[in-house]
Structures are given as structure tokens and as C-alpha cells.
Design a protein around this ligand. Structure first.
Ligand code: DPP
Ligand code: ZN
Length: 872
């Protein structure tokens, strides 16, 4: 496999101005005729050939300007078609045969669950026709889809419908035209028998946009929330960024067979059905929130990604980091900002921090890749969004908006790099972002250590920050980053203290953003009457790990007094993590464990607080996961962490039994299900109480909660709690749940996942049995993620069994998937990425599995990239 490098990037020698596609779908083969209007670029080198990508295509015909080429006129080697000696401008026509009906990779044109559909990002278009399949080639598309009318009554492609009609033999066609130039990765087409839910949206300038949601007929009653979310997204982008939609129609197609979450194809989004379909009986509060977020995300791409696109794939974060930032802001405005921030940071810590500390660590703008699909990562997406957020923090909302306006003014219709975005922000605001740019080129999570010093005599308080950016593969001796530290100081009375820096004459504000960009830097505050407690990195103002020598008492103080809700939560998490990790050594030495009284009291105080947002209470009192705790240890002690965490949970359950019960009752509600923040918060806190209560009450009470649930949020919460219990009620509930929902594939994913993440003994054996269940399908990525993915990523204690059988399951799955769906295989293979963090015995077991995968015949390049990097 070849590695591609950012430093080798050159603009294309040939541009394709127009693309005319004719896609003739038959049951056992599909013919694609493409007519490309090509023009040589003025910068092209003398004699440069025209290069086109093609994968698994059977070339039937090839013509230039109406003349059929013979085999001496071109070469077709591997996945590249080379045409030498082309004129300045010409028309190229190719006809190829492809097989969507047997395409299990779910890239290019594929057939799944009765529908033909496409996924072209990043490099899927080359599986449909020969094309310079790179994002800096932008063209106008006209696409005609032909298929059997009875079987596939719905025929769609990007843009506007310009013609449709019947053909001989019961076939029909539809021609779509997209007036906006776009890169090939945004092409989409669909042929299927789908229900259509219609709505419309009137833009700020008064244009009416038709909204169309295409779903399976049986799912037609589950689109309401997605449609409302789309309308909210459209209005939000107009209000927040002055951005309107630009076509007369916006289509969304839902499929159960999809590699990723969703895809922003121009005017024709394709969605994983889990991010479209919902009603209270089948979807949880989290599902509803995710739908709103993903619908928003794909809609926002229309400007950040489609109108302004990428010049090459190394720049992926230009569209993804920015669009994640936009969807996070949208969700924050629709619900609770603090709760949204906490859940985003949880994701970052659970997925991105480990990635940044592992063999695949890369900057948000990677410098090389073997398989682009492997770089749709938490780093590019989530850390990328944090980088945009830091620019927002440094500039403030008004200057940030000016920067966005300038970015669109300069680059609308273009294919650009991350640099263009940073430059626009800099030019619009006058803020120098020179050092800040290191966030684009340096990988690794900076570790910031904070030392505190109070001088009672001078009333000076000094914070000294030290940063270390760890070495990552291919990068060492890094430069210090520019880090925004949003902070405040809190007095013993819980009141904020004015922040006057040394040398300032006027009294400072109560909160400020320090810019820390050296290896070590001190900030001295004057006029501080008594020693304060600092609240640092408020709202998680930078994607770093902070090390502050807070005592238990100080963390409890912050948990109860910090005016920043994010930091209250973070203090609670730090307190739990310190406590649990502090016990791991005692577990190893078989010592008796005990939980501190002040901690128990602090938990009780938070739990029974009568003015705090219930959602924040629930978040604060959710213990850090075993994975997250492991990540805080240099050498992960799987069994020690499990035992210590269970002990803390059991003890809190026992000691605060009455409170959990009282709050549980208080949160109960028999009214109809509503999706407002308050109701969501109430259900969340109720579920948390249930998890603690199940540790001390009989399984019958949990079963009753399950049986009496009237919505999926409560039902799944109870089922999840039951799934951990080694009791007959657990089996009984699983059986009832299956019987009730066996016709709904998305609900069955929850059934698989709940069993895969269970703490009960024998979970691995059950997962293996479930992989043989008639409702499991290795070809369906949602099923693979729900069962095998959930087990390997979300159940560390069982996955890391000492007999290596968990590892065997993962290796076997990767090898099977390698031949079916390489992109999902690669993703699964990354489950071994942290292998060096475990004890020697486990390291040996995982290494052997990695080697077994590496030695598989016909290993896909993406899987090769993951396992070979892991083995270095
Ligand atoms: N571009 C897509 C998204 O993130 C990824 N498939 O929305
Ligand atoms: Zn995206």
C-alpha cells in the first residue's frame, strides 16, 4: 500500500467542467455511461496526461470527442486510467459495468435492504465511473437514473428534477440536474421503493424550499422529529451566521445499511436510519438529541463543506471540525448548553484523548495517510471542533462571525485548505494566530500543570502554568501551543474574586481568558485578600489534560461552589477518578477498601440539591467509565479498576439508599412523554437513581420499572440496569423486549448492545451466541457496532479477559469483515490500538492477534494501515 503525503499535493492538470451520467440499473449488473467535459488547466505541465481513478469497474467503451479509443491510446493499470496527449478541451465518454448487487463495502453504488444507493466520500465515486476522484475537481452534474418502475418507483439524484418518464419493459427514468459545481464525493443517487414525507421551509429571503424525507414504508410515522430538526437547523443558520439554503429542494434518504452516521451530498443527504427515525416508544432521549445534532450537522455542511470545499483530504478538518463546532453550538442553543458541553467533553476524553496517545495519533490536519477512510477520526472531528472553539474563545463571538463572513466572501465556490480559514479569522479580527496554527500541525494532548502560590503579605496570588506536548509517532520535541485558559478565582465564602493582573490599574473582571503560549508562564493577580481556589479551563476552554494538586476538600468545594457548571461537573469527575484510582493499589494488595465520609456527604448534597439542573446532577454523579479511568493510568489495571469502581458504586448505593429512592420517586411522572429539557433531565436523573438502587434493592423493583415504562428512554434504562444483574429477571426482560421489538431493527440494535455491555458473567459467550442470532447480520454495520463493537469498546472488563477469548472474537471479526467491508474492518481493528498500555500477559495476547490479522491474505489497505501502525 502507498502512503500519500500532504507535501506532495499539486493542483489538478485537468478540470472536469461538466459530468453527464447515465446509470442503467438491472438486477445483476448496472451500466454507467459518463460524458465528461474536460479542460486542461493553464498551469498544467507540458504533455501531462489525464489521470482518472477507477475501482472494480469493467471498461466497455471509451471515446474522446466521438472517436473510439483503441488500446494503444490509453493505459489501465491497477486503479488508474491514463490518457496521454489530450487536447486543451475535449469530451470523454466511458461506459462501464459495475455490480452494486454484490457490493458489500457500502461504498460507491450499492444495493441494501431493497434499495440502490451511493456513498462517495471519500473515494467512492471511482467505484461508479472513471473520474479524477479528488475534491479539488469541481463539476456541474446531470444524472439520469433508469430502473424497473414497479420495484424502484423512487429515482433520485442531486439537485432539481428536470425530466422523468416511462420506458419500455416496465422501466422508467428520472433526470436530475445540480446547478452548483461540486466535487465527486458529494455525488449521490438513489433508486428504491420508499415512502416520502413532505414538508417545506420558507427562507429568510422568502424562498420556499421543499423538504422530502424518504424512508421505508413501515417507518413513515417516525420522521416528525427529524423534519422539525431540519427546519430548526435552517432557521438557526440564518440567524446565527446569515446563511440560507440555496436549492429549491432538500432531500434526506434513510437507510439501515450505512458505514457512517450520515452524508451531506448536495441536496440529497443519505442518513443512517438511526439518525432519522424516532418516536417516543422506539427512541430514547439521547436518540432524539443525536438526530437533531446529525440533521443539523449535515445541513450545516451545505456551506461549510459543499459551497466551500476541500482542496485535498488532508484538509478534512476544515469542513468537519468547523461543522461539528456548528452543530454543537446549534444543539447548545436548542437545549442546555452546559449539559451539551459535558457530553461533548465526555466524547472527546473517551475517544480522542486515547487516539492522541496511541499509534494512530495525528494532527487535526494529518500529513499522510494510506487509507483516507481511517482519518474520519475523533481527532479530525472532535479535536478539530475544539480548535475552532478556541479561535472563537480568543476572538469573541462578533469577530468570529466577521471571520466567517470573510471566509465565505473569499472562498465561496472554491476548494481550499485549513490555512484559508485561519487567515480569514485573522484578517477579520486583527488577532495574530501565528502560534495558534501549531494546533493544526502538532498531534498529542498537551498536559498543563498548574502551580499555585499565595503571598499573604503582598496579597498576590500567582498561577504558574507549565505545558508539555507529548511525542507522537513521527513527531517529537514539539513547540509550546497557544492555550486559552478561561478562569476565575473563588473566595472561601464561595464568591468570585476580581481578577486584576499585576500592572493593571483598574480592577479586573470576575472571569477572564488567559493566553498561555510558553513552556512555562506565570500570571500574578493583585489585591487578593485571602487565599482563593482557582477554577481553571472553564467550559473546557482547551483540549488539554490539566494537572492541579487539588485536595479532596478543594474538589468538594469546587463541586459545590464553582459558578461554572462545567467545572462543577469536572471537579466531581476528578474527585471520583482520584478516589477510584487511589483504591486500585489496595485492590491489588487485597486491602479493605473504604470510602471517605466527606465524599459521601458531597454526593448526597449534590443529589438532593433543590435548585441545580437535574441533568447536571445526573452527569455529576455518573462515575467515570472503566475506559476513562484506565486512560488516566500509565499501565491499565483492568481488574483493579473494575473492582474499585464497583466498590465505590456499591458503597454510594448503600449509604445513600434513602436518598436515591426519594429522588427516584420525585422524578417519577405519569404524564405524556415530552422532549423539553426539564423532562429529559428528570428522566436522566431517575435512570441514574435506578442504577444505584439496583445494587441494593431486589431485582423485582428494577423489573417493575422496566415493565411499567411507557417510553423507550425509561424502558432501555431499566433494561440496561437489569442486564448487569445475575438474576432471572434479567433474562425475562431480555425475552420480553425481544418479543416486543423484533420487527424494529433499530430497537434490536439496542437489545444487542445492552447484552454486549453487560457486566454479568458469561457475557462473551452470550455475545458469541448472539452473533449467530438470525437477527444479527455481519454485513450490517449498525449490527456489528451494536454487538461486537459495543463489547470490545464498551465492556473492557470482559473484553480483556485473561484467557484472550475476547481478543479472539475481535480478531476473527476483523478478518471476516476484511473481505466484506474493509472500512468497518479497519475501524474494528483499532480496538487493539491501546495494547501497549496493558500488563505483559495481555500485551502478548493482543500482539499475537494483531499479527494474525496482519498476515491475513488479501488484507485491505485500511486494515493494514491500522494494524501495522499498531505493531510499530
Ligand atoms: N462527511 C460525513 C459527515 O461527517 C462523513 N461521512 O457528515
Ligand atoms: Zn461532517
Amino acid at each position: 500500500p502507498v502512503e500519500k503525503h500532504l507535501k506532495d499535493y499539486k493542483r489538478p492538470d485537468f478540470n472536469v467542467e461538466t459530468v453527464e451520467l447515465h446509470v442503467d440499473i438491472c438486477e445483476t449488473e448496472t451500466h454507467v455511461t459518463a460524458t465528461l467535459g474536460v479542460a486542461k488547466s493553464p498551469e498544467a505541465a507540458e504533455g501531462a496526461p489525464f489521470l482518472l481513478d477507477g475501482k472494480e469497474l469493467e471498461l466497455l467503451e471509451i471515446e474522446v470527442d466521438g472517436r473510439t479509443l483503441s488500446e494503444v491510446d490509453y493505459t489501465l493499470e491497477g486503479e488508474v486510467l491514463t490518457l496521454p496527449g489530450m487536447p486543451e478541451a475535449f469530451s470523454l465518454k466511458t461506459k462501464v459495468k459495475i455490480h452494486p448487487e454484490t457490493n458489500t463495502s457500502l461504498e460507491g453504488l450499492y444495493f441494501a435492504d431493497g434499495t440502490f444507493l451511493t456513498q462517495c466520500e471519500a473515494e467512492g465515486f471511482r467505484r461508479i465511473t472513471f473520474f479524477p476522484d479528488r475534491p479539488d475537481v469541481m463539476s456541474s452534474y446531470r444524472c439520469t437514473v433508469v430502473a424497473d418502475k414497479a420495484k424502484y418507483p423512487v429515482l433520485l439524484a442531486n439537485g432539481n428534477l428536470v425530466e422523468e418518464g416511462a420506458l419500455a419493459d416496465g422501466r422508467h427514468f428520472a433526470t436530475w440536474e445540480d446547478p452548483h459545481k461540486k466535487p465527486s464525493y458529494l455525488f449521490a443517487m438513489v433508486a428504491g421503493d420508499l415512502a416520502c414525507r413532505k414538508d417545506s421551509f420558507t427562507t429568510a429571503s422568502g424562498r420556499e424550499v421543499a423538504l422530502r424525507f424518504y424512508v421505508d414504508h413501515q417507518d413513515a410515522d417516525k420522521c416528525e422529529h427529524a423534519i422539525e430538526s431540519l427546519k430548526k437547523s435552517m432557521a438557526w443558520d440564518e440567524e446565527t451566521f446569515g446563511l440560507e439554503y440555496d436549492l429549491d429542494i432538500y432531500m434526506v434518504v434513510a437507510t439501515h445499511s450505512f458505514n457512517a452516521g450520515a452524508m451531506e451530498n448536495k441536496g440529497l443527504n443519505v442518513f443512517n436510519s438511526k439518525y432519522v427515525l424516532a418516536k417516543p416508544e422506539t427512541a430514547t432521549d439521547t436518540d432524539f438529541q443525536n438526530i437533531e445534532g446529525v440533521i443539523g450537522h449535515e445541513y450545516f455542511h451545505n456551506w461549510t463543506g459543499n459551497r466551500v470545499t476541500l482542496c485535498n483530504w488532508f484538509q478534512l478538518s476544515l469542513k468537519e471540525g468547523l461543522t461539528v463546532f456548528r452543530d454543537q453550538e446549534f444543539s447548545s442553543d436548542m437545549g442546555s448548553r452546559a449539559v451539551k458541553r459535558i457530553s461533548d467533553v465526555r466524547v472527546l476524553r473517551a475517544a480522542q484523548f486515547p487516539e492522541d496517545a496511541g499509534p494512530m495519533a495525528h494532527p487535526i490536519r494529518p500529513e499522510s495517510y494510506i487509507e483516507m477512510n481511517n482519518f474520519y477520526t475523533a481527532t479530525v472531528y472532535n479535536k478539530g471542533a475544539e480548535v475552532i472553539r478556541m479561535i472563537h474563545t480568543f476572538l469573541g463571538p462578533d469577530a468570529f462571525r466577521k471571520g466567517m463572513d470573510l471566509y465565505f466572501e473569499r472562498h465561496d465556490g472554491g476548494a481550499v485548505a485549513c490555512e484559508e480559514f485561519v487567515k480569514a479569522m485573522e484578517d477579520a479580527s486583527g488577532v495574530d494566530l501565528t502560534r495558534f496554527r501549531l494546533w493544526y500541525s502538532q498531534a498529542g494532548t498537551p498536559k498543563v500543570t498548574v502551580d499555585r502560590a499565595y503571598d499573604a503579605e503582598t496579597k498576590h496570588y500567582t498561577l504558574t502554568f507549565t505545558q508539555a506536548v507529548p511525542d507522537t509517532p513521527g513527531q517529537s520535541n514539539k513547540k509550546p501551543m497557544q492555550i486559552p485558559v478561561k478562569m476565575g478565582l473563588i473566595g472561601a465564602d464561595g464568591m468570585p474574586i476580581p481578577l486584576t493582573l499585576e500592572g493593571e490599574s483598574a480592577q479586573g473582571p470576575l472571569e477572564r481568558v488567559l493566553s498561555f503560549s510558553a513552556n512555562m508562564e506565570s500570571f500574578t493577580f493583585t489585591g487578593v485578600e485571602d487565599e482563593p481556589i482557582p477554577s481553571l479551563f472553564r467550559g473546557f476552554s482547551a483540549p488539554v489534560t490539566k494537572v492541579v494538586d487539588f485536595t479532596e476538600e478543594e474538589l468538594i468545594f469546587l463541586m459545590g461552589n464553582d459558578p461554572d457548571p462545567f467545572n462543577r461537573w469536572d471537579a466531581a469527575q476528578q474527585l471520583f477518578a482520584d478516589t477510584i484510582l487511589g483504591m486500585v493499589a489496595d485492590v491489588r494488595d487485597d486491602k479493605k477498601l473504604s470510602l471517605s465520609e466527606p465524599l459521601v456527604a458531597a454526593v448526597k448534597k449534590t443529589l438532593t440539591h433543590d435548585t441545580l439542573d437535574k441533568a447536571l446532577i445526573a452527569q455529576a454523579l455518573t462515575l467515570p467509565s472503566e475506559t476513562e479511568l484506565g486512560d488516566r493510568m500509565a499501565h491499565i489495571d483492568v481488574d483493579g479498576i473494575h473492582a474499585a469502581r464497583e466498590f465505590v458504586a456499591d458503597t454510594l448505593a448503600e449509604k445513600l439508599k434513602m436518598s436515591w429512592r426519594a429522588v427516584f420517586e420525585e422524578c417519577a411522572d405519569d404524564g405524556p412523554y415530552t422532549l423539553d429539557s426539564e423532562s429529559i433531565a428528570r428522566r436522566r436523573l431517575k435512570s441514574l437513581c435506578l442504577t444505584y438502587l439496583a445494587r441494593v434493592e431486589t431485582p423485582i423493583t428494577t423489573f417493575e420499572a422496566f415493565a411499567s415504562a411507557t417510553n423507550m428512554t425509561d424502558e432501555l434504562a431499566a433494561l440496561t440496569v437489569l442486564s448487569d444483574l445475575d438474576a432471572e429477571e434479567s433474562e425475562k426482560a431480555m425475552g420480553l423486549f425481544y418479543e416486543a421489538w423484533k420487527a424494529d431493527t433499530l430497537v434490536l440494535d439496542k437489545w444487542f448492545m445492552t447484552q454486549a455491555t453487560s457486566k454479568r458473567p458469561g457475557t462473551l459467550e452470550r455475545v458469541k451466541a448472539l452473533a449467530e442470532h438470525p437477527d444479527f447480520d455481519i454485513k450490517n454495520p449498525n449490527k456489528v457496532r451494536s454487538l461486537i463493537g459495543a463489547f470490545c469498546q464498551g465492556n473492557p472488563w470482559h473484553f480483556h479477559r485473561k484467557d484472550g477469548k475476547g481478543y479472539d472474537l475481535l480478531a476473527d471479526t476483523v478478518i471476516t469483515l476484511n473481505a466484506i467491508n474493509p472500512s468497518i474492518a479497519a475501524r474494528m481493528a483499532s480496538g487493539f490500538n491501546r495494547w501497549k498500555r496493558y500488563d505483559e500477559e495481555r500485551q502478548g495476547l493482543m500482539k499475537a492477534r494483531l499479527e494474525r490479522i496482519k498476515n491475513t491474505e488479501n488484507l485491505a489497505s485500511g486494515v493494514f494501515e491500522i494494524v501495522s501502525k499498531a505493531l510499530i
